[in-house]
Design a protein around this ligand. Structure first.
Ligand code: C2E
Ligand code: MG
Ligand code: MG
Ligand code: MG
Length: 285
């Protein structure tokens, strides 16, 4: 019986394994056609100024609803998009969609300080990256200062003079630069000073057990203090309850984003959300 069980386990294992490889191949194959099949769209999650509770910004988050595979999480497909290089095209799509959405909201009288857009290191390698972003900004009528580029710590690991030059060029253009998922990678504190940054985003893994987890509480406090001492804004992501919000507000984190406030919404839902909140900017009617 033990032998049989072992055999079953083995079969189960190989089945799982082949399924994973197959799933991966399917993802890869389907992802190549996702854009042309219009299976991709962008959602927006508000960022709140903790001091006042006002919505000041928004993060653009890519969504894929595959006709064949159903909804696929970015955590499952972004890496594949990067490996296959299709992230370059998809990245321009996200950038343009986010600009158009920002412009639409602004035309309705809602002037947000920024729309944050996740950019992969792979996109930076594309020859005309900066030119194309500029072109999209001009075409959509959005000023660069409204854009915050989110890069990850992995990006910094791949830190190269080219990357740094592009970051500096983006900043010269007027974009803001944000470092995402801060604390999860291996980026040394010294990079933080060398990079042209405006914002640090505390990774949600440090938020989830706040305030009880004393280690996470200390790490969060340290990231806030360090960032502020370097002159950067701090955004916490993944706030799911009032206790987390209170902890972050008390410890002077600037902005917060999370399901506790609002889940990501499509462009139209986000406009309704802004209307409902009634936070029209008085200087822009
Ligand atoms: P991220 O940039 O760190 O985005 C934050 C993630 O946390 C989002 O997951 C968001 O939906 C999720 N989130 C927000 N509030 C909460 C909360 O209260 N609790 C929990 N548990 N999660 C929350 P999402 O949309 O699944 O995206 C996952 C990651 O995929 C993003 O992490 C980002 O690294 C990447 N990604 C998403 N869109 C793009 C894109 O357009 N381009 C690139 N290069 N990467 C993207
Ligand atoms: Mg992000
Ligand atoms: Mg993040
Ligand atoms: Mg993340």
């Amino acid at each position: 019986a033990a032998k049989e069980k072992g055999k079953d386990n083995y079969q189960f294992y190989t089945k799982q394994l082949s399924l994973d490889v197959q799933t991966r191949l399917n993802l890869e194959q389907e992802l190549l056609h996702a854009l042309e099949r219009k299976e991709l769209h962008v959602e927006y999650q508000p960022q709140y100024l903790l001091e006042t509770g006002e919505v000041k910004g928004v993060e653009a988050l890519l969504r894929w609803d595959s006709g064949i595979l159903g909804k696929v999480s970015p955590d499952d497909f972004i890496a594949i998009a990067e490996e296959t290089g299709v992230i370059v095209k998809i990245g321009y799509f996200v950038f343009e969609e986010a600009c158009k959405a920002y412009k639409k909201w602004r035309d309705e009288g809602f002037l947000l300080e920024r729309v944050a857009i996740n950019i992969s290191a792979v996109q930076f390698r594309e020859e005309y990256f900066l030119e194309k972003l500029k072109d999209i900004l001009v075409r959509t009528g959005v000023e660069a200062s409204a854009i915050e580029i989110e890069i990850t710590e992995r990006f910094i690991m791949e830190y190269s003079t080219t990357n740094l030059t592009i970051l500096e060029d983006l900043r010269t253009l007027g974009c803001q630069i944000s470092i995402d998922d801060f604390g999860t990678g291996y980026s040394s504190m010294s990079y933080m000073k060398q990079l042209p940054l405006d914002t640090v985003k505390i990774d949600k893994s440090f938020i989830v057990e706040l305030p009880e987890n004393t280690h996470d509480a200390e790490v969060s406090k340290a990231i806030i203090a360090l960032s502020k001492s370097l002159g950067y804004k701090v955004v916490a992501e993944g706030i799911e309850n009032a206790a987390q919000e209170q902890f972050l507000r008390e410890n002077k984190c600037d902005f917060a984003q999370g399901f506790y406030f609002a889940e990501p919404m499509d462009e139209k839902q986000f406009l309704d959300f802004l209307k409902e909140k009634g936070i029209k900017n008085p200087s822009h009617s």
